[in-house]
Design a protein around this ligand. Structure first.
Ligand code: HEM
Length: 155
């Protein structure tokens, strides 16, 4: 299905994910700001919902890219098709794959090792380190994804 962003050749799903990342990063930042103020349960709920929504979105996105959308055909009109589109995609994929793994690991460990209701515990130090890694990796996934989208479907 065709996308809706003016001037872009991308599919509907690519447009949705492109825009959704402009929501995910502020929500993630807000959730981290909340936990730093001691609102642990709020942070937990936001992160679980964010993780769940992203899992559904990534699954729908993968199905669309593998079976329905020939993104390569849409990207061929780009001035960067032969010089940058694939490089940008591979850089993006490194961040996307490590982010998915980090999020599953961080959520799984937090789920098992924090008390209920969520509160600081022996797991705090490890979680703070890997939580920041997961958050920064997500930001880099979004930024490299936007660059790829621009080079492939807008330029
Ligand atoms: C991918 C999902 C998650 C990310 C990216 C994440 C990220 C973070 C970050 C960056 C901090 C440190 C904030 C700071 O002090 O600088 C933090 C703290 C915390 N998070 Fe998460 N978090 C996630 C999921 C969860 C879940 C599922 C739980 C609960 C089951 C949880 C419970 C906590 C708690 C209790 C703290 C406070 C630790 C302390 O300072 O003692 N987080 N999180």
């Amino acid at each position: 299905m065709d996308g809706f962003l003016p001037g872009s050749r991308a599919s509907l799903m690519l447009d949705v994910v492109f825009l959704a990342m402009f929501l995910v990063l502020p929500i993630l930042g807000w959730s981290i700001a909340q936990v730093r103020r001691g609102r642990y349960e709020l942070h937990k709920r936001v992160q679980l919902v964010l993780g769940g929504v992203l899992l559904i979105a990534v699954t729908a996105f993968e199905i669309d890219m593998r079976f329905f959308t020939d993104w390569d055909a849409l990207a061929q009109a780009s001035a960067y098709y032969r010089s940058g589109v694939y490089a940008a995609l591979y850089v993006h994929l490194v961040f996307a794959v490590t982010t998915a793994l980090l999020w599953m690991g961080v959520i799984g460990a937090a789920w098992r090792r924090f008390p209920r209701p969520a509160a600081p515990a022996a797991h705090s130090k490890t979680h703070r380190f890997w939580g920041w890694m997961a958050a920064v990796d997500m930001a880099l996934t979004a930024i490299t994804g936007w660059i790829f989208y621009y080079l492939a479907f807008w330029a």
